[in-house]
Design a protein around this ligand. Structure first.
Ligand code: ACM
Ligand code: ZN
Length: 513
């Protein structure tokens, strides 16, 4: 196929009268690779400075899409194409964006290139957006001043998975609004549709909550940060940062325009030291050390946790979640649930009384009670809850909860699937981008172990020994970017790329391709 494209490009190059520099699109090297690319043996379309981008009258979302495309072409070629309403007779030398219910998949699109006309059709503006990403990625990134030859083609495309996620931990290190927006741009470029934003951690609370100002006044600042791999030495420098509610609204809107849903994570009942430093009355009364201390990324986990025996802890979290849900329209809210140590619960009289009153056999079921109570609250507001796969340690799961599998290749998550729960896979061994991506003695210091670009490409989320019903409950895949070892944007960029490109192909493209 490549040869045919090259031949049609040559034919154009020979007969073109214009002296403008020309570059050709390459559909075969788009990531993620579209499902179906059919070469059409006809003359190409040429993007010139008088090419127009047309959208249907009154369609604000397609107008926005058209403006995105104009921006992408400007970024590559420097040419500012005009964006106009499609009208009878103005569709020559134009790129048309059209809604078409005949396109099967809600996120699918069809891109057809013919002489004089490019059509990008989708059932929804989301689908059309992905068509524009494919068009954009087929054009050389840098083609300053060039006319762009688009060989005649027909592309039909739709994602393999409905959930294509990427996480960013801003608890260990804080990243600016500008950086987060750029991260979202890069997700959109790769057809990723969920940004899982890990907003709270032992080492920092990063979201303004108006009812509890100390969460950010105290909880967003730690007195120092551990250095080196062992983290036994500290830099002695206060470190902090948080997002105001206005900034969060701005980021959520920015993501929405790019068809990325932002899923906030408020991690509970563990990983909460920053919140408990601000409101120590919410932990078990027997906790004496660590109160008021936000760890500086030192090794270990203090085990300090919300007291499951105190109703005030639940009221506090419900109030926090009220503000979170007002900021994030996502139908999914992530409640964490990972790595909650139970040492204090075992000794706390209030937690033990709760277990007795609720007829709970052990502390794992006390966590089950905790998660269920919070999950029921979130569900009562019309949302769905996602939780890490430790939720399956309890003998019962909150109703409807979606499990995020990070341990093993699905073992824990499948316990939930067995009970009919949907799940998402982000296996740490493969999808945690904190691991080394090359020989460790050449790489900047990060976490233990390797997962290379090839490991991600080789990952097939649906394991051969799964029952068919597990595959139908798998919503999709995610990569997770924890930031213990990343304190500046370049560190995150280095670890995320190029592995995000491999993730995008796992998430979007059918495995046989
Ligand atoms: C996790 O890695 N603790 C979810
Ligand atoms: Zn307690």
């Amino acid at each position: 196929m490549k040869r045919l494209i090259a031949m049609s490009v040559m034919a154009v190059a020979l007969c073109a009268c214009s002296t403008a520099k020309k570059v050709s699109a390459d559909y075969e090297n788009v990531i993620p690779l579209p499902q179906e690319i059919t070469v059409v043996h006809e003359p190409p379309f040429i993007i010139k400075k008088n090419t127009r981008i047309l959208y249907p009258e009154g369609d604000a979302l397609l107008k926005k899409n058209a403006e995105f495309l104009a921006g992408y072409i400007k970024e590559s070629t420097g040419k500012q194409l005009s964006v106009e309403v499609a009208e009878e007779g103005n569709d020559g030398n134009a790129i048309l964006l059209e809604t078409d219910t005949a396109v099967g998949h809600p996120e699918g699109y069809e891109l057809t290139v013919a002489q004089g006309k490019v059509r990008v059709k989708g059932r929804t503006p989301n689908g059309i957006f992905y068509g524009l990403q494919t068009l954009r990625k087929s054009i050389p990134a840098i083609a300053t001043g060039a006319d762009v030859i688009l060989p005649a083609i027909s592309i039909k495309d739709a994602p393999r998975f409905g959930y294509r996620g990427m996480m960013l931990d801003v608890g260990r290190h804080f990243f600016s609004v500008e950086f987060v927006k750029r991260y979202i741009d890069l997700l959109a470029l790769h057809n990723m549709n969920y940004f899982h934003w890990h907003l709270t951690e032992d080492q920092g609370w990063r979201i303004e909550i108006k009812k509890y100002p100390k969460l950010t006044e105290i909880g967003s600042i730690r007195k120092e940060t551990g250095i080196g791999r062992s983290r036994t030495e500290f830099d002695g420098k206060p470190y902090g940062g948080f997002y105001t509610q206005d900034e969060i609204r701005d980021i959520v809107k920015y993501a929405q325009e790019r068809f990325v849903t932002v899923i906030p994570e408020i991690d509970l009942p563990g990983h909460m030291l920053a919140a408990l430093a601000a409101y120590p009355e919410l932990t078990c009364p027997i906790v004496k050390s660590y109160i008021g201390v936000i760890p500086g990324l030192g090794g270990g986990n203090s085990g300090v946790i919300y007291c499951a025996g105190k109703d005030s802890a639940f009221t506090f979290l419900q109030n926090v979640l009220d503000e979170v849900m007002a900021l994030f329209p996502s139908r999914y809210i992530h409640l964490g649930g990972d790595e909650a140590q139970k040492g204090y619960w075992e000794k706390c009289p209030l937690c033990q009384a709760r277990m007795k009153n609720e007829h709970l056999d052990n502390e794992e079921d006390l966590q089950g009670y905790f998660m269920k109570r919070m999950s029921d609250y979130v569900c009562s507001k019309g949302r769905k809850v996602i939780g890490w796969d430790e939720l399956t340690n309890s003998s019962f799961l909150p109703e409807g909860v979606i499990i995020q599998g990070w341990r093993g290749l699905g073992t824990a998550a499948l316990k939930a699937a067995e009970q009919g729960h949907p799940f998402i896979m982000t296996p740490a061994r493969i999808m945690y981008l904190i691991r080394y991506q090359g020989p460790q003695w050449f790489e900047p210091q990060t976490y233990f172990g390797n997962n290379t670009l090839k490991d991600i490409y080789d990952y097939e989320p649906v394991q051969a020994d799964w029952k068919p019903e597990y595959a139908s409950l798998l919503m999709g895949v995610q990569a997770s970017m924890w930031t213990e070892f990343c304190n500046k944007p370049e560190d995150v960029d280095y670890l995320v790329f190029p592995r995000l490109a491999a993730l995008a192909e796992i998430a979007w493209t059918q495995p046989e391709k």
